[in-house]
Design a protein around this ligand. Structure first.
Ligand code: 13P
Length: 260
């Protein structure tokens, strides 16, 4: 049975107190539900406190970015060792907001992925096209280039410890979700690329998430598609009830699918 993988990217939101409250709401809301893999990615300032709150739960901790070096004169950056220090297990890399506002290239993202893997952090690697690229019908080419360049020289064994997130930029924070068909079309393409690059076994094991305006009322239709293994949720992960509802709806849809 597919185990839904739901990650919340809190972006630049939440003070430490707000973050703690949000985690308590999520923990209470999901109760003993264990059939779902849940990752939360708070801002750096809250990682340490949230890490303590997650010790007695099966929720896992992730960061939103990371520098490829372990230490050095990189003002304002955070290193993989620092993320390990606060017990992060995951790190989001190559998010479109990093690409767009901070000029991150596929080559730089590739360096980050390699370091994350070296220090046993699981990268959630984001790919996705802009609206202009989709309108020019170059979305498959763009995603292929992002995959080829950001996964350069990553071995089969390393690839087993990654997660891919397809986030079409035009669907992020806009309320305009990709249709389940549009998401599935790209995600089955990503699965095919992984198959060509790493073989069937690896391709079959890597969770491929969808991100972009995921809400409690659209997760069910998305998760029922064969190549949508879960979601990377932005705005709707900032409200405990919404995030919990997304998890519950994903889980119920998978159980319903099994019975039908
Ligand atoms: P929204 O869910 O707010 O569209 O954000 C998606 C996202 O960027 C998650 O990383």
């Amino acid at each position: 049975m597919k185990k839904p993988f739901i990650a919340g990217n809190w972006k630049m939101f939440k003070t430490i107190d707000e973050a703690k409250n949000l985690v308590q709401t999520i923990k209470a809301g999901i109760g003993k539900l264990h059939d779902c893999q849940i990752v939360i990615c708070p801002p750096y300032t809250a990682l340490c406190e949230i890490s303590k709150l997650l010790q007695d739960s099966h929720l896992e901790l992730g960061a939103q970015n990371m520098h490829p070096e372990t230490e050095g004169a990189f003002t304002g950056e955070i290193s993989p060792l620092m993320l390990k220090d606060v017990k992060c297990r995951y790190v989001i890399l190559g998010h479109s907001e990093r690409r767009q506002y901070f000029g991150e290239s596929n080559a730089f993202i590739n360096e980050k992925i390699k370091t994350a893997l070296k220090y046993s952090l699981i990268p959630i690697i984001c790919v996705g096209e802009t609206l202009a690229q989709r309108e020019a019908r170059t979305q498959f080419e763009i995603v292929k280039q992002q995959m080829d360049e950001s996964l350069k020289d990553i071995s089969k064994d390393e690839m087993m410890r990654t997660v891919i997130a397809y986030e079409p930029v035009w669907a992020i924070g806009t309320g305009q979700t990709a249709t389940p068909e549009q998401a599935e079309q790209m995600q089955s393409y990503i699965r095919r690329l992984l198959n060509e690059m790493y073989g069937k076994e690896v391709a079959g094991r890597i969770p491929i998430l969808y991100g972009g305006s995921v809400k409690p009322d659209n997760i069910a239709l998305l998760i029922q598609k064969p190549n949508i293994d879960g979601a990377l949720v932005g705005g709707a992960s900032l409200k405990g009830e919404n995030f919990v509802q997304i998890i519950m709806n994903a889980q119920s849809q998978i159980e319903a699918g099994l019975q039908s």
